[in-house]
Design a protein around this ligand. Sequence first.
Ligand code: SF4
Length: 199
Amino acid sequence: ESGAAVTAEMVDDVARKHFPPCMLNLYDRLKRDHHLKHFGRLQLGLFLKGIGLPLDEAIVFWRRMYGATMSDDKFNKEYKYNIRHSYGQEGRRANYSPKSCQQILTANQPGTQDSHGCPFRHFSPENLQSFLVDKYRIDRSGPEMRDIMDSVKASHYHVACTRLFEVTHGVKKGEGLGNAESVSHPNKYTDRSRELEKE
Ligand code: SF4
């Protein structure tokens, strides 16, 4: 289970410290554009539910993110329902689970205008490297970057993500999220990152 509940106010801080690339990319795009396309909203929205953002805080969060680009009327009519729906409060009241790496890597391949997906798989090598330098302070010409890019080249995306986790959390190579577990779910990445901060 994830750590303490997360409020709309806290998302930015948790994102900076604990989000894996797939979610930090979506979050930063949302912050910049005040907009995300359907699959991006879904991928980020369910993830945020998984880290412990309750429904009422999710509504506050998304309303703020859309900001002045959307009227209250449009938000209430079109977007609020979808947020409530993803929390199982509308329609079939299904309890939708946050997406796993496997689902993100293989389903609904992103087009050029999309920001969902997994940066290790869906970014060009150049964009991925710049992203890792900018957002995770990885040295562009260091051995860690080489490890990560070698895994990407071999299509071992979860290995690349696990290496990123190790490097950014001061964890020894091969230890992964603990007991050599590799990243298989974005929520695990974040939950473990938040745990390590408390230890
Ligand atoms: Fe996200 Fe998984 Fe890709 Fe890491 S490997 S960026 S957690 S989808």
